[in-house]
Design a protein. Structure first.
Lengths: 114, 114
């Protein structure tokens, strides 16, 4: 039978423009969030993280925004470069009496146009 | 060089075979993780080890058996797998497995079950 893969939303941006990648998370009790970048044939690479007691955090060319009211996370990449082309996905972390659990989003494919 | 290596990079096995995946981290971390990344689902956490003790088992079938002999090495023993187990298996490590603890991923083992 035909294999049905995960349909990833795609964002295409012009080189030099800013990119905004969005993620909706599911659990209001999540206390920690991470953005990962995954290039073809490689494992995920940490980009930036944010704790639930913050609403914004900046790194080098990247900014993460957290809106707990609507359970929304976004990653902003400034001056997007060809090397930024990859799949980006978010992760939320929750804890309970049994330990911690990470739930990952399906990802967004970022394509940088020359 | 991410500091987390995985072998083999590719593995094809039959449903009656027994094989093992190996992960080694050179970062001095104390927590190690196994993840499954398939074409049909987002990244899924399978097992977590903190200081060689298993702290998470996210309802993973018993045909997957993890082993953590020391803080630097993690194995995933496979037996009587099913074709739907075909996926990319990723290993990650972090300092202590707590909040704000960045996970570093290996390149993954691409597993195909015939």
């Amino acid at each position: 039978g035909e294999s049905v893969g995960l349909h990833l939303p795609t964002l295409s941006v012009q080189e030099g423009d800013n990119s905004i990648i969005n993620c909706a998370y599911s659990n209001s009790a999540s206390d920690y969030f991470i953005w990962y970048k995954q290039e073809s044939g490689k494992g995920p690479q940490f980009i930036i993280d944010i704790r639930s007691n913050m609403d914004k955090r900046q790194g080098q060319r990247v900014t993460v925004l957290l809106n707990k009211t609507v359970k929304h996370l976004s990653l902003q990449i400034a001056a997007t470069q060809p090397g930024d082309s990859a799949v980006y996905f978010c992760a939320e972390r929750t804890r309970d009496n049994y330990g911690q659990n990470f739930v990952f989003g399906p990802g967004t494919r970022l394509s940088v146009l020359p | 060089e991410t500091g987390v290596t995985q072998t083999p990079r590719h593995l094809v096995m039959g449903m009656t075979n027994k094989k093992s995946l190996k992960c080694e981290q050179h970062l001095g971390h104390n927590a190690m993780y196994w993840y499954k990344q398939s074409a049909k689902k987002p990244l899924e956490l399978m097992f977590v080890y903190n200081f060689k003790e298993q702290t998470e088992n996210n309802s993973v079938p018993s045909r997957f058996s993890p082993e953590c002999p020391n803080s630097s090495h993690l194995f995933l023993h496979l037996h009587t797998l099913q074709p739907e187990d075909s996926a990319l298996y990723l290993c990650a490590s972090s300092q202590e497995g707590g909040v704000g603890d960045t996970q570093y991923f290996g390149p993954g083992t691409r597993l195909t079950v015939l």
